[in-house]
Design a protein around this ligand. Structure first.
Ligand code: GLN
Ligand code: ZN
Length: 757
């Protein structure tokens, strides 16, 4: 018999109960016992839901109070020395995640190409490891006591070490492999003793480019763990095994999970080389919210059963369901048609169960479910709500010229200078200003219809005007309107574009207790009417200084949404780019001379495999250029990027051909600037000189110092002065003080230069 399996269930709870419980604990409103009890309640509910859905192999230890990588670090006793005095248990755990007064938090970074962020393990050469928690065993037994047999999940040793960071120069975390293996073996033995026949061991680095050292580590690790007790289901996900396929199939493990959503092409080779393993088929998309085409999935599963026999086949989501919302049944606000195309975690598990039954008992046994699924998939494919012939025709008609400005940068910037008359080292900000309590309350009241449209409008206009006056008074050169009317930089645009839908409860964990609710791009995207022109024009009417129009770029809108899976992402991106392009043209026509198109997510879209980078960057840059290029030379296009390092894609950033880019740099002490030694970035650039993520006011001197560093590698006439990112999370006091210092820093540089001249 084939088995239905799950790799991980969202732990936040259908109503974000975990977030609420953890935050209440942090605030001291509840005690540890209450938090622990709530965790236990959620785990029980989630196990039961999976059992009720008909899942045979149910995961345990997929629960976490913060992050599963941090759990693994805590389990192995990999606690950085600075947390020595941070207590134990939950206190120590949350101290590592969030920092204390004495010890800064551990670093956090993106989990592969998802929007989930994990805590980066820290390793030093002289550290040791020991089994420091019994969490996986306890949770296994907890489920067992409820009558539910589970398959515990562990992050595998090679991925765990590979995702970590060395604190010692010249030391590679992988060198700790021999030190962690006995702890893993000990843990596996204890799980076996407790009764676990199988353990799922996640090794997502198997879908990335591996070094020779990593490949060797795989052989060594699994030779050591093969006989530790439980059978191992080695899980790969987020892509295909590619050139690591032999490494993976050659390991002495009893099972292998493969992602057949992202990499369907690997099935035949894996089946041919399965070597007696149970193969877990990741057929239901764990990264997106669309219904599975069950007929197609059944064909694939049928091949595996034919080749291996049903005893050696499991049916599963492609990866943990951590990356999708919990339950579509809560979404009573979506229309029925759209609703019928979607599947969240609960619905995906029902799909897994249906597929498994169809394999085991024949399709007749689930005829209704299959018929309904077929009807939904067919209806979606031809729905006029998805297909807009005008949009398709427009995309088909895009030419290379549409992605080019009329002149080259040197000509454009000269005309822009004539028009804008900015001083050397012009100062500006990234767009948003503090979203104060009042701003958030007014927005909430407006949503609830507690205040009228016109009252809200009056309020926003007053905020905007006050913000402009403050910027004038501080002495900034290029102003912004402050973005008070925006809730979120993607949602604000998505709500005004055709082809987007929004859920009420479609939350997914981003990091710790932070959850996001990505928009759903279900159809061809177009812009029914101008989205930002009224605000920008109003703001410009209040001042003589140039006002920057503020837009979110096509790649970022794509990257932070659930994207339709029935056409290539690049096509959807191109449609969004055309909508933004129209907005750019309308802003220009309304007299806005500077327009910023933010692309903070450009780098996050990079494929996991290096060989695929070029293809992605080509279409991503094209999409940006398509959105930015309808304007005259005199109109200055800015872009903005943050959240990551950009050194390795600087060529593509240059190819975007924005007149000005503002880019996060100060957190890395201007590390980005090293790249300018080798790469002659051609256009204007503002390396951020104020880390807005930290609640402190940098001095003028500090910022002057950073600017001088920048001026050493960027020609003075191309250097802008700005913070790292938008200011919406900061308070007005620190913003005013910091911006005054920033303007002072620019003035100091101007004076230095004129004195030197
Ligand atoms: N313009 C946006 C802001 O200032 C940019 C935000 C971002 O880069 N994430 O808030
Ligand atoms: Zn930013």
């Amino acid at each position: 018999m084939a088995q239905s399996a799950n790799l991980g269930f969202p732990r936040i709870g259908a109503r974000r109960e975990l977030k609420k419980a953890v935050e209440a604990y942090w605030k001291g409103e509840t005690d540890a016992a209450a938090l622990v009890a709530e965790g236990k309640r959620l785990r029980a509910a989630h196990w039961q839901a999976q059992a009720d859905a008909g899942i045979g192999v149910i995961p345990s230890n997929d629960f976490s109070f913060y992050d599963q990588v941090l759990d693994m670090a805590a389990l192995l006793g990999a606690v950085p020395a600075r947390f020595r005095d941070a207590g134990d248990g939950l206190d120590l755990y949350f101290a590592m995640a969030r920092g204390t007064d004495a010890a800064p938090a551990m670093e956090m970074t993106k989990w592969f190409d998802t929007n989930y962020h994990y805590i980066v393990p820290e390793f030093s050469r002289d550290q040791s490891f020991s089994l420091s928690s019994a969490k996986p065993v306890e949770e296994y037994l907890e489920a067992k006591a409820l009558g539910i047999e589970t398959r515990p999940v562990l992050l595998g040793p090679v991925s765990f070490l590979s995702l970590g960071k060395s604190r010692d120069d010249g030391f590679s975390p992988l060198e700790h492999l021999d030190a962690v293996l006995p702890v893993y073996a000990d843990l596996l033995a204890r799980l076996h003793e407790a009764g676990a026949a199988w353990v799922q061991i996640d090794e997502p680095v198997l879908v990335c480019d591996l070094t020779e050292a990593q490949r060797n580590a795989f052989s060594r690790a699994y030779a050591a763990l093969a006989d530790a007790g439980p059978k191992l289901m080695l899980a790969s996900y987020f892509g295909g095994l590619g050139d690591n396929l032999e490494v993976a199939t050659g390991l002495p493990v009893a099972g292998l999970h493969i992602d057949l959503v992202r990499a369907p092409e690997q099935l035949a080779t894996v089946l041919a080389n399965s070597g007696g393993k149970v193969i877990s088929l990741g057929l239901v998309d764990g990264r997106n919210i669309w219904k599975t085409d069950l007929a197609r999935a059944l064909t694939v599963a049928g091949k595996a059963v034919q080749r291996l026999g049903s005893d050696h086949v499991q049916i599963a989501p492609s990866c943990s369901l951590l990356h999708v919302p919990v339950d579509l049944d809560q979404e009573t606000g979506l229309d029925e048609e759209l609703n019928s195309w979607l599947a969240f975690a609960a619905q995906k598990l029902a799909e897994v169960a249906t597929l498994t039954r169809a394999l085991n008992d024949g399709e007749d046994a689930v005829a209704d479910a299959l018929a309904q699924n077929r009807a939904a998939c067919e209806a979606r494919a031809v729905s006029p709500r998805i297909h807009d012939p005008l949009v398709k025709a427009r995309v088909a008609g895009v030419t290379d010229d549409d992605r080019k400005r009329r002149s080259q940068f040197t000509d454009r910037i000269a005309k822009q200078q004539d028009r804008l008359k900015l001083p050397r080292f012009p100062t500006t900000t990234i767009g948003s200003f503090p979203q104060t309590q009042q701003v958030r309350r007014a927005r909430a009241d407006h949503r609830k219809r507690a205040i009228s449209d016109s009252a809200y409008d009056v309020f926003l206009k007053a905020e905007t005007e006050a913000c402009i006056r403050r910027q004038e008074e501080i002495g900034l050169d290029v102003l912004v309107h402050g973005e008070f009317e925006r809730n979120d930089m993607v949602e604000y645009f998505g709500e005004q574009l055709a082809g987007f839908a929004f859920t009420k409860f479609g939350w997914v964990q981003s990091y710790g207790t932070r959850c996001v609710k990505p928009p759903v791009i279900f159809g061809d995207v177009s812009r029914p009417k101008a989205m930002t022109v009224a605000w920008s024009a109003y703001a410009q009417s209040l001042t003589d200084r140039p006002m920057k129009g503020m837009l979110t770029g096509p790649v970022t809108i794509l990257q932070w949404s659930f994207v339709r899976d029935d056409q290539p992402r690049r096509t959807t991106c191109e449609q969004i780019a055309l909508a933004i392009r129209d907005e750019v043209a309308d802003l220009e026509a309304a007299g806005i001379g500077v327009i910023q198109i933010d692309e903070p997510a450009l780098r996050e879209g990079l494929p996991l495999r290096r060989a695929a980078w070029e293809g992605y960057l080509a279409w991503a840059v094209d999409a940006f250029r398509l959105s930015a290029s309808p304007v005259r030379d005199e109109t200055q296009i800015h872009t903005h990027m943050c959240y990551s390092e950009f050194n390795d894609i600087i060529g593509s950033i240059a190819a975007m051909d924005a007149d000005v880019i503002s880019i996060e740099t100060s957190r890395s002490d201007m590390e980005l600037l090293r790249v300018f030694a080798d790469f002659d970035y051609p256009n204007d650039i503002g390396p951020g000189i104020w880390d807005i993520h930290a609640p402190r006011v940098p001095s003028g001197q500090e910022m002057t110092g950073l600017l001088q560093k920048a001026a050493a590698v960027i020609p003075a006439e191309r250097l802008w002065v700005n913070p790292d990112c938008g200011l919406k999370t900061r308070g007005w006091d620190e913003v005013e003080a910091s911006l005054r210092n920033l303007v002072d820093a620019a003035r100091t540089l101007r004076e230095d230069r004129s004195a030197a001249a």
